[in-house]
Design a protein around this ligand. Structure first.
Ligand code: 13P
Ligand code: SF4
Length: 304
């Protein structure tokens, strides 16, 4: 199937964009592998006829919005996101109406409908810069991730109105178990994605987006790291720093692989192959929704 995927990509003039949370074999096949910001920028630049997005729905939707003449495919349409789901557009519109003077900054992990209700989009790579670009006396609504929002309040000193959403994967990390694991590995540094809860972030040596975490382990002097983000990133970490040790941060529930995003992992090599073969499932959006959702993404890209 891997050979067929390579052949179909070339024959059909398709490119594969993949996020670091995809399974290892999919990451290895990607033409563009990266974090949310890198993949959004890549989607804007792609000249091929077809974009296959190995990620989750909001990412493929963003690619379609940025580059609407391309055929955008997602191997499994059910690859959603708990964070995007935590922000229903009708409830968010009512929330926004209660704060008419506030600028709406939304994390890219949200639906096209929420982006259309936003003034500017951000990712975890550029969120601090985006918030700091807004005049200090301007009230800000930040949605949907309350954990990233709290982290940004701390980093920027800005008081923002937060939507109460979160990511099930990053909220599953256990503070007590991380502390215990760190005691067993006293030389290991603890690094975390800002979607993690504030008590977890409080003990991190470094906090960053997936690309930030990768750059950190590559350039830092430590030999071992406890990593609090989706476990798929360990594949690229091991490639970039093969001499180092990477330990996935423990989760509260011992009975599940909670540090894996079940949505991201819905995409498989078999579904990727079928998706390229049949050019389905395709992302299609209403043109007026796309236009409304594009403006805040363009503002983000201009500031990135
Ligand atoms: P980044 O890759 O932009 O850090 O995002 C992480 C994430 O949760 C994507 O769903
Ligand atoms: Fe959404 Fe969390 Fe999965 Fe990222 S890791 S896609 S934020 S559920």
């Amino acid at each position: 199937m891997i050979e067929e995927i390579k052949r179909l990509k070339a024959a059909k003039n398709a490119v594969l964009l993949a996020h670091y949370y995809q399974e290892d074999a999919i990451q290895d096949l990607a033409d563009y592998l990266g974090d949310s910001l890198y993949l959004a920028k890549a989607a804007a630049e792609v000249s091929s006829k077809i974009i296959v997005f190995a990620g989750v729905h909001f990412m493929a939707e963003t690619a379609k919005i940025i580059n609407p003449t391309k055929k955008v495919l997602l191997p499994d349409l059910n690859a959603g996101c708990s964070l995007a789901d935590s922000c229903p557009p009708d409830v968010f519109a009512a929330f926004k109406a209660k704060h008419p003077k506030a600028i709406v900054v939304t994390y890219i992990n949200c639906s096209a409908e929420i982006k259309a209700l936003s003034d500017i989009v951000c990712t975890s790579s550029n969120a601090v810069r985006i918030i700091e670009s807004i005049p200090k006396d301007q009230p800000i609504i930040f949605a949907p991730d309350k954990n990233l929002g709290r982290y940004l309040i701390k980093e920027t000193g800005r008081d923002m109105i937060l939507w109460d959403g979160s990511c099930i994967v990053h909220e599953a990390f256990s503070f007590d178990k991380i502390v215990a694991l760190a005691q067993q590995h006293p030389k290991a540094k603890f690094i975390a994605h800002p979607e993690s809860e504030s008590q977890v972030l409080a003990i991190a040596h470094y906090i960053g987006s997936t690309s930030g975490l990768l750059n950190f382990v590559q350039n830092d002097s430590a030999d071992a790291y406890i990593v609090a983000t989706e476990a798929g990133i360990l594949h690229e970490m091991k490639k970039r720093a093969p001499q180092k040790t990477f330990i996935p941060a423990p989760v509260s529930d011992d009975t599940c692989a909670c540090s894996e995003c079940g949505f991201m992992k819905l995409n498989t090599i078999e579904k990727l192959y079928l998706c390229l073969k049949h050019e389905l499932p395709e992302i299609n959006l209403d043109p007026s929704l796309m236009a409304a959702a594009k403006a805040p993404i363009d503002r983000m890209l201009a500031l990135s």
